[in-house]
Design a protein around this ligand. Structure first.
Ligand SMILES: [Fe+2]
Ligand SMILES: [Fe+2]
Length: 191
């Protein structure tokens, strides 16, 4: 069961670290492509960021040092390939192997990304792609990606509340909704 307080905290942190990415038209395009089941690529990347942070919380209690900002930003961009991978065509017929490279090229073209974020994007399909993650952050996203893929394929809802919160942050930032109006701001209005 989803705990709204925990989801609220994750949404706040994801938006804080990834605001400049989330607010772009380019990143919003990920909403128009399906990733698994009925989950869009955008929803999938937010879920992967959330599960990566969950694991980071656990590891930090054991003493691990994690760059949470790069973790979130890499997770948000790890599938930034910007096409419908279900459509068969020669441009992306080996999607599983080639999309990390495509996502990385798109991310470099559209945003400033650091070495950790680049490693997260490039290595997230390991072991399907041969190079293993170099950083702990890349390892977390690689694992979270697989967990989310399974849950999404079985249509288990892991993102609707956090997506609502992220969209609400976006609309407040863009001035589309003011704090006093939040009660009236239903899920349909922010999608
Ligand atoms: Fe991927
Ligand atoms: Fe993914």
């Amino acid at each position: 069961m989803v705990d709204p307080i925990t989801e609220y905290r994750f949404a706040k942190e994801i938006f804080r670290h990834g605001k400049d990415l989330i607010l772009t038209e380019e990143a919003q395009r990920m909403k128009s492509f399906i990733q698994h089941g009925t989950t869009s690529v955008f929803e999938h990347t937010v879920s992967v960021a959330k599960y990566s942070l969950k694991m980071a919380n656990f590891l930090e209690k054991l003493g691990a040092r994690i760059d949470r900002r790069s973790l979130v930003r890499g997770a948000l961009l790890h599938d930034y390939f910007l096409y419908d991978w279900h459509e068969k065509n020669e441009y992306h017929n080996l999607h599983g192997f080639t999309h990390p490279g495509r996502a990385l090229r798109n991310a470099i073209r559209d945003f400033d990304i650091n070495d950790i974020e680049s490693d997260i994007i490039r290595k997230h399909m390991f072991p399907l792609t041969p190079l293993p993650p170099k950083h702990i952050e890349s390892t977390l996203v690689c694992i979270a990606d697989k967990i989310c893929a399974v849950l999404e394929t079985f249509k288990i809802d892991i993102c609707s509340y956090i997506i609502y919160r992220i969209n609400l942050h976006r609309d407040i930032t863009k001035g589309r909704v003011r704090l006093g109006q939040i009660k009236k701001h239903n899920k349909e209005a922010v999608n």
